[in-house]
Write a protein that binds this ligand. Structure first.
Ligand SMILES: [Zn+2]
Ligand SMILES: [Zn+2]
Length: 153
């Protein structure tokens, strides 16, 4: 938002953000609600394996631009503003053919370097960086079921 402020792009002052955790979710979505907007962001974009600028921030700005006046479609004013933001900050905000702003491409996430598995519910926690959890999984418990954790990769 501060990046848009700096180049005088006026997005809606009335926006709420929702994280979508469905596996095959779209990357982002912007819906008009009453006098404001709801922006949905795919949870996958919060994964540390994704590129923050070209994943999360790119998607958020794409959606923020839809809240500017007359910008619900990917043409006209929206396309002009997207080009302005891309030029100012080196984003690659693109129009998509569909209204849903694209689905998550296969191979979007780099493979995990470390995998911690819960012996209880079998949930897997993936990491690309070493951390106390990676080094000492026995000191932690599964957040979902409280089960014991072990490193399997
Ligand atoms: Zn869009
Ligand atoms: Zn568990």
């Amino acid at each position: 938002m501060s990046e848009l402020d700096a180049i005088k792009i006026k997005y809606s002052p009335n926006i709420s953000f929702v994280i979508n955790s469905r596996a095959k979710a779209r990357l982002g979505l912007c819906k008009k609600t009453g006098n404001g907007y709801v922006i949905e962001i795919a949870e996958i974009l919060l994964d540390e394996r994704t590129d923050e600028k070209h994943g999360l921030k790119n998607t958020i700005i794409h959606e923020l631009l839809h809240t500017c006046r007359g910008c619900m479609k990917h043409t006209g004013k929206w396309a002009e503003l997207a080009a302005k933001v891309n030029a100012a900050y080196g984003y690659s905000i693109k129009r998509t053919s569909k209204r849903d702003d694209g689905t998550i491409p296969p191979g979007f996430l780099a493979p995990a370097k470390y995998i911690i598995k819960c012996r209880g519910c079998q949930a897997e926690i993936t990491r690309i960086k070493r951390s106390p959890l990676v080094d000492y999984p026995q000191n932690y418990r599964c957040a979902k079921c409280g089960g014991k954790l072990e490193r399997i990769k």
